[in-house]
Each structure stands twice: as structure tokens, then as C-alpha cells.
Design a protein around this ligand. Structure first.
Ligand code: NAD
Length: 354
């Protein structure tokens, strides 16, 4: 039973889940009463976007294949202009967080509903958070206007996600769940979802590693990713996300890999300050302790373990620590420069968390 008072506000996205759910797209557009869809994708996913366009026939008015990581403002402007020129009344974002982020950038300026069809485990589709990069600086914000109206989760669309990307993307999703468990605004419902998300991902990812086309395992991972995105959309994030945003922004590191490396160390940092969250993480992982369990999972999945393998230099660490302390997110354990630097040094070496 909950011991603390809480406020829970579920977000109103309609979720259609299951292998083959892409085939419900036209019916979902009927529900939204939209007729002129603009399809968004990355340059690498044009074939998939073409399949969506074929599925929609006259109902699609164009494909914008220019989504790239971190939504540069120039790309957002180009996509907005195309949506306006084509008089699009809906954006269909098929792809990972970069493509869904582009959909959000369009919706920020015009009230188009977004239909998101995620093909990674990043979770952006379930959040009202957007990010746009101007002159190398990413600015994020939160508004319900960018929250996708409908999300189609079709595990069949993730079969082509390369195993190495699947592993780090899944660990990124686990990170959302982990921080939701010790968030200042966690509720009994978000905690249930977060624990279940860690369980589903930690069971699914090793099976995907063994067999990339295991549709059941892919389904478990995507289910976990849905839960992870949902709690990311509802709960505040803490030190782990702050460090990843800081490292990503300052050193231009790859998003999911950075999450995979930092997570066990950020959890270790918070271990004694958030014992209940730690117990739930360990239980979901079927491990003796949360940080050690996450480290062993990363090893099992063949994920990168060390910041130095991403090209970080040891001398970068002090300024990353300073920057992370400049506008810190609320965190269970008190934030000290010395403690954060130690955490970063462990992550730099890829050592077991301690
Ligand atoms: P991504 O969208 O950049 O995709 C990575 C690469 O994988 C791309 O080249 C893409 O074309 C390819 N790809 C995607 N799905 C594939 C598939 N099924 N098969 C083959 N290739 C595929 O990466 P991501 O990790 O999904 O998203 C990262 C971005 O999302 C970051 O910018 C991050 O900040 C953002 N994000 C935002 C939120 C939010 O709530 N706003 C949440 C999570 C992530």
C-alpha cells in the first residue's frame, strides 16, 4: 500500500500494440479524421516510409526523409515548410527518437496530430518532451502539443534494428525506468510500470542478442520500451539523465551508448539514498544488487562499458562534472563535485560500479 500521498496523471496517447499493428494505420487515421499525412523518416529508413506511403495510398501527401539526430533547427524548418506547402493535416513519424523528435518539432509550431511508429526503444513517442538543436545547443521543453496522439508499436518493424543498436537502445529504455523509480514525482503506478519495464527489457534483450529475428523477444523489448517511454513522460529524471545530456551536448557522444555506459555508475551513486528503488531494480533484474546487476547485463549484451571507448579523454571529465552541477536535476543522493568526478572516472574506465 502507498505510504505517501501522490498525484497521478496518465497521458492521453492511444497505444496500439502487437505484431502486425502497422496494418491498422488507416483505421487509426480514420479515428483522427485526418486525410493528408506527411510521412517522416531518416535517410536510412526511406524503404519503410515508402511502405507506409503505399499503405495509405491517396491519404499520404509526401515523405520527408531528412530526420537526423537531435533535430537541428534547419531540418525542423524544412519539414515544417513542407508540411505547410502540402497542407498536411497529420505527421506520421516512423523510426527512432530522431524521427519522432522531428514530428514533435512540426507539432510545436502547428497543431498537427502526430502518429508515431517507433522502431527503436528510445521512448520519445510517449513523452510530451521535445528537443531542438540551434547552433550546436539542444534546447528541450515540455508541452502536451507535441505528445503523439496515437502510437503503433509493431515488433515486426524492429526486426531490422541491428543487434548492437538494439542492445544500447534497450539499456537507454532501462535507464528511463530506473530513474522513474526514485523520481521525486513517482507514483505507485509509475513504479509498477518502471519495474515491469526493466523486467521485460532484461528478459527480452539477451534473447534478441541471440536471435535478432525472435519476434517474441522483440515484443518483450518493445513492451518494455513502451513502459519506459511512459514513465519518462510522467516522471522527472535525475543524475543519470543529467550526466548523459551533459556528455552528449559537450562532447557530441552517441545518445544510447552514453546511457548504457553511465547507468550502472549513476545507480551506484544513488544506491544508499534510494534503497526501495534499488530493491525493485534488483528484483526486476533477478540480481543481488541493482548497480552490479545492470553492469552484468551490459556485459552480457556486449554493450560499450567505457567512456574512453567513445573517444572521451580523461581531461574532459572535470568540466563535464562542473557543467552537470550547474543546473542539476533533483537527485536522491546529494550531488558533490568529488562524487560526480569519481562516478565519471569509473565510467571512463568501464570498471564495475563501486
Ligand atoms: P535514432 O532515431 O537516431 O535512430 C538511430 C539510427 O537507427 C538511425 O539511423 C535510424 O535510421 C536507425 N533505425 C531506427 N530504427 C531502425 C530499425 N528498426 N531498423 C534499422 N535501422 C533503424 O536513435 P534513437 O536512439 O531512437 O533516438 C535518439 C534521439 O531521440 C536523441 O536525439 C534523443 O535525445 C531523442 N529522445 C528523445 C526523447 C524525448 O522524450 N523527447 C526520449 C528519448 C530519446
Amino acid at each position: 500500500m502507498p505510504t505517501q500521498p501522490f498525484v497521478h496523471m496518465p497521458l492521453p496517447t492511444r497505444v496500439v500494440f502487437g505484431a502486425g499493428s502497422l496494418s491498422t494505420l488507416a483505421a487509426e487515421l480514420d479515428r483522427l479524421d485526418v486525410w493528408r499525412a506527411l510521412v517522416l523518416c531518416t535517410p536510412g529508413q526511406t524503404a519503410l516510409a515508402g511502405k507506409v506511403a503505399d499503405l495509405l495510398g491517396d491519404r499520404h501527401v509526401g515523405v520527408f526523409p531528412g530526420a537526423v539526430m537531435h533535430v537541428p533547427i534547419e531540418v525542423a524548418r524544412e519539414a515544417r515548410a513542407l508540411a505547410a506547402r502540402l497542407n498536411a493535416d497529420c505527421a506520421i513519424a516512423i523510426g527512432g527518437g530522431s524521427t519522432i523528435g522531428l514530428g514533435k518539432a512540426i507539432a510545436l509550431e502547428s497543431p498537427l496530430p502526430i502518429v508515431a511508429i517507433p522502431t527503436t526503444y528510445a521512448g520519445s513517442e510517449m513523452t510530451p518532451i521535445y528537443g531542438i538543436t540551434t547552433a550546436g545547443e539542444k534546447q528541450t521543453g515540455r508541452t502536451m502539443q507535441v505528445l503523439p496522439r496515437t502510437v503503433l508499436y509493431d515488433p515486426a518493424l524492429t526486426l531490422a534494428l541491428p543487434v548492437s543498436i538494439s542492445m544500447v537502445s534497450g539499456l537507454n529504455a532501462i535507464a528511463h525506468c530506473v530513474e522513474a523509480l526514485y523520481a521525486t514525482d513517482a507514483t505507485p503506478i509509475t513504479s509498477l510500470m518502471a519495474e515491469e519495464g526493466i523486467r521485460a527489457l532484461s528478459l527480452g534483450l539477451p534473447r534478441v542478442k541471440d536471435r535478432a529475428d525472435d519476434i517474441d523477444a522483440r515484443g518483450d523489448c518493445l513492451y518494455g520500451a513502451w513502459l519506459a517511454g511512459s514513465v519518462l513522460g510522467s516522471c522527472a529524471v535525475a543524475l543519470h539523465h543529467k550526466l548523459c545530456h551533459t556528455l552528449g551536448g559537450m562532447l557530441n557522444l552517441p545518445h544510447a551508448e552514453t546511457h548504457a555506459i553511465i547507468l550502472p555508475h549513476a545507480v551506484q551513486y544513488n544506491a544508499s539514498a534510494a534503497p526501495e528503488a534499488m530493491a525493485r531494480i534488483a528484483r526486476a533484474l533477478q540480481a543481488d544488487d541493482a548497480a552490479g546487476g545492470l553492469h552484468r547485463l551490459a556485459i552480457q549484451l556486449g554493450a560499450p562499458l567505457a567512456l574512453r571507448d567513445l573517444g572521451v579523454r580523461r581531461e574532459d571529465l572535470p568540466r563535464v562534472a562542473d557543467q552537470a552541477l550547474r543546473a542539476p536535476y533533483p537527485n536522491p543522493a546529494p550531488l558533490t563535485r568529488e562524487g560526480i568526478l569519481r562516478l565519471l572516472e569509473h565510467a571512463f574506465e568501464g570498471a564495475a560500479p563501486h
